[in-house]
Design a protein around this ligand. Structure first.
Ligand code: GLU
Length: 549
């Protein structure tokens, strides 16, 4: 068989040669050790945490080494494509601090290694498919779905591996004339890779995350171009990552099983392998069992969730690094104020068996991160969030900047800042009692205090409350009310002699706290009232009288 003739028959329109493309996309001129990484999402519109997890690893590897991180859109499957998905993806990643150097952008494409949309690279894939055909390493296959199903049935009944390989690859050795005849009669065909591998032989690669991997060779004549001429993932990945000069391919472990195909394709094309880094899937605890995060069951799998709830991007980044690299927590303990960029991220510290994602842990990290921000930074962040997700709230806050800053400053700074702010929705709920329209009594009045005493406490309190009192003078007045009504001024006296008192100062204070804030837990009450002002404090006590009847 004259394979050149076959190649020209199949791809008459392809004039460029592999050498031409090698010259158009030469090796990158980068410093020694610089890494080139890419994110290759399909534009399905759903951006999940795994995208950010992978993107973050890619970004760190490239930027830490003065390399390049680019965005390639893998849009060969137009059934899954969603309008507007690309800007959405770029914006979502930008929001979390992930920036690309090259590739698809909102305005178009930048960089010398494009096009960066696979749908625009048709000629390139065809050129390399033609090249493989011309070397006898790929061939047209006209098998219909029915014929393939028959082959599979026969393989099943004989308990053989399924697929088109070896003697099952019926169209491997069609003559040139047979191919011409089938094409002229309009029979559709795919281009298959002619595998010379065997499951008996093994090859070894070093995975950046998993270390040495030994796997059986690929023996399947996999499809490289579909009937439509569009490449499969396998072929597009190999051609693109070679021509775009990717050095590190970080991708999900679902691709691990097809690694033998990719290695065989790289060998057939005589290209060096990139360093593969197969990351693990994100898991969560569901009761006692660990399971994969699921799109259907777990809203937290979507990146949009973190924007909607208003997680600060620093917190999400900090958390992702914690689960990405096992030594990040140690680094953070030793360097509490260092920027994330000072941490040296490495793939070999990435988990290789199911990364556990835990919202509680994210919340803990978020508390730490927010405790280090200034009230101004939190206010600004809250306002930006509210503008998108709660416009009414944004209006409310915009007019109350000074008050908001005081609210957000309560117990901030100093050695032991309060750590009760987590994400915007929660923060707003946490401070909502400052706003009359959002005030609600959420907890019960203390059971140690009778209804009569509750009224008496509030009555006396409003008579003696003086905004000009300092914290000490203010609390002294509460102590006086406490003692006058038969409650212990010191909780420990009540604990020692519970029969002698109705309750203690904590219960009395809580009556006041509930009236003012609607909760039994709040930051310093004196401070809260200073921010509210006399009128609002009076209003709350009056409302409490009404509520308790
Ligand atoms: N388009 C593939 C995906 O979304 C990319 C895999 C890769 O990074 O190679 O899973």
């Amino acid at each position: 068989m004259d394979y050149n003739k076959l190649a020209n028959l199949l791809f008459p329109q392809i004039k460029k040669t592999p050498e031409d493309y090698e010259a158009i996309y030469p090796p990158r001129n980068l410093p020694e050790g610089a890494k080139v990484t890419r994110l290759g999402p399909s534009p399905t519109g759903f951006i999940h945490l795994g995208n950010l997890y992978g993107a973050f690893a890619d970004e760190r590897l490239a930027h830490q080494s003065n390399g390049v991180f680019f965005l390639r859109i893998e849009d060969t499957d137009d059934k899954r494509e969603v309008q507007g998905a690309v800007p959405m993806l770029i914006n979502a990643l930008h929001h979390f601090g992930v920036h690309f150097d090259e590739g698809a952008t909102i305005e178009g494409e930048t960089g010398n290694y494009g096009p960066y949309y696979q749908s625009k690279r048709g000629d390139i894939y065809q050129c390399f498919a033609k090249h493989l055909v011309s070397k006898g390493m790929a061939y047209p296959c006209f098998l219909t779905e029915e014929e393939i199903a028959e082959i599979r049935n026969e393989q099943e009944s004989k308990k053989l591996n399924p697929g088109i390989y070896g003697t099952w690859a019926n169209h491997r050795d069609l003559t040139f004339e047979e191919v011409v005849e089938r094409i002229s009669s309009g029979q559709p065909y795919v281009i298959r890779f002619r595998s010379n591998g065997s499951l008996e032989n093994h090859f070894t690669v070093i995975d950046g995350i998993r270390g040495e991997l030994t796997m059986p060779e690929n023996d399947q004549d996999v499809v490289i171009l579909k009937k439509t001429g569009i490449p499969t993932y396998h072929f597009a990945h190999v051609v693109d990552d070679h021509l775009m000069r990717t050095t590190h391919v970080i991708r999900g472990e679902e691709w691990l099983s097809s690694l033998p195909i990719h290695v065989a394709l790289f060998h057939a094309l005589e290209w060096p392998l990139p360093t593969y880094c197969h990351s693990t899937v994100l898991m969560k605890m569901d009761g006692e069992t660990k399971r994969k995060l699921s799109k259907r069951k777990d809203p937290e799998l979507s990146l949009e969730y973190y924007k909607q709830e208003g997680y600060h991007p620093y917190a999400v980044r900090e958390y992702l690094l914690t689960i990405l690299n096992s030594n990040f927590e140690e680094f953070r303990l030793a360097n509490p104020t260092a920027s994330i960029d000072e941490f040296e991220f490495t793939t070999d510290k990435m988990s290789n068996s199911g990364t556990l994602f835990d919202l509680d842990k994210l919340n803990d990290i978020s508390k730490e991160v927010l405790a280090k921000l200034s009230a101004e930074e939190i206010f600004f962040f809250l306002l930006q969030w509210a503008k998108v997700y709660q416009p009414g709230l944004a209006e409310l806050m915009a007019g109350k900047e000074e008050q908001m800053l005081r609210i957000l400053s309560i117990d901030r700074g100093g050695n032991k800042p309060r750590k009760d702010l987590i994400y915007c929705r929660q923060i707003f709920h946490f401070i909502s009692y400052f706003f009359d329209d959002h005030f609600m009594v959420e907890d019960d009045y203390p059971k140690e205090v009778s209804l009569k005493d509750t009224k008496e406490i509030l009555n006396r309190y409003i008579q003696v409350y003086d905004e000009a009192d300092n914290q000490e003078a203010w609390f002294e007045k509460i102590r006086t009310i406490t003692a006058d009504l038969g409650y212990a001024v010191k909780p420990k006296d009540f604990k020692k002699n519970p029969d002698q008192y109705k309750g203690h100062v904590g219960h009395v204070s809580n009556v006041i706290r509930l009236a003012i804030t609607g909760r039994t837990n709040s930051p310093d009450l004196w401070e809260i009232q200073q921010i509210m002002g006399l009128q609002q404090v009076r209003g709350r006590i009056a409302q409490a009288f009404q509520d308790i009847g």
